[in-house]
Design a binder for this molecule. Structure first.
Ligand SMILES: Cc1cn([C@H]2C[C@H](O)[C@@H](COP(=O)(O)OP(=O)(O)OP(=O)(O)O)O2)c(=O)[nH]c1=O
Length: 210
């Protein structure tokens, strides 16, 4: 019997969980995403971990078994980590860089599994799983007009790398290698697999509590 807490305010992550028919609750984390780390895989794992831990702390007195999931996504191109654009110019700069080239999207995931004593005295305690998934994305060569029109759609602002593959930017994607959902910010197939290895089938968790 587990209750899943998605430690995220991202509408995309919520949508992916819903789409897969998994029952969960969302509790957005309010952590400062300012970690100095140039390796994108380490960065997203560190950020996902602080998000999951911060939310887990708010459930310290909870008596039910919990699965708390945090995630973080960045775009990595030519040695540069791209987060969310600060403003219009920043979005244009990011998209100019990604135009006509291949980049990587990294999503880090941190899952805290908290088993309650009352459920099974032998396995109570806390366990965590942390990993990252990379998807390679190829973007077509974009004209100045295509970039400016796209930025003016407003879509880039809350997205790592200033684009949404699931949105209007989809028309400019030539190819991807890897998990599509990882680009959208939530590598659900790997999350499912990792929890299965721990004996938990999240597909069976339907309405918050299974
Ligand atoms: C590359 C790409 C990113 N994104 C989004 C996914 C993430 O929501 C966002 C990266 O920001 P994140 O900091 O990973 O997440 P967030 O701030 O939106 O939510 P939270 O920290 O509460 O979980 O970029 C897309 O939606 N589509 C894309 O194609």
């Amino acid at each position: 019997m587990y209750r899943i807490i998605l430690a995220s305010g991202s509408p995309r992550r919520k949508e992916i969980m819903n789409q897969m028919g998994i029952g969960f609750e969302t509790v957005p984390s309010y952590v400062n995403e300012d970690i100095k780390e140039s390796d994108p895989s380490k960065l997203v794992e560190a950020l996902a971990s602080v998000k999951a831990k911060e939310v887990a702390g708010r459930f310290a007195d909870e008596r039910e078994n919990l699965i708390i999931i945090g995630a973080d996504t960045v775009v990595y191109h030519k040695g540069q980590v791209l987060g969310k654009p600060k403003d219009r110019d920043d979005a244009i700069r990011m998209l100019n860089g990604l135009s006509g080239d291949i980049h990587d999207v990294y999503t880090g995931v941190a899952i805290i599994i908290r088993r309650n004593k009352s459920d099974n005295a032998d396995i109570n305690g806390e366990e965590s799983i942390v990993f990252n998934v990379r998807t390679r994305v190829s973007v077509k060569l974009l004209s100045k007009e295509e970039i400016e029109d796209y930025v003016d759609s407003g879509e880039p602002y809350d997205k790592a790398g200033a684009y949404a593959i699931q949105g209007e930017f989809g028309i400019y994607i030539k190819e991807i290698q890897g998990d599509y959902y990882n680009v959208v910010g939530f590598p659900i197939a790997r999350i499912y697999e990792e929890l299965l290895k721990k004996g938990i089938n999240i597909k069976k968790i339907k309405k918050g509590i299974a």
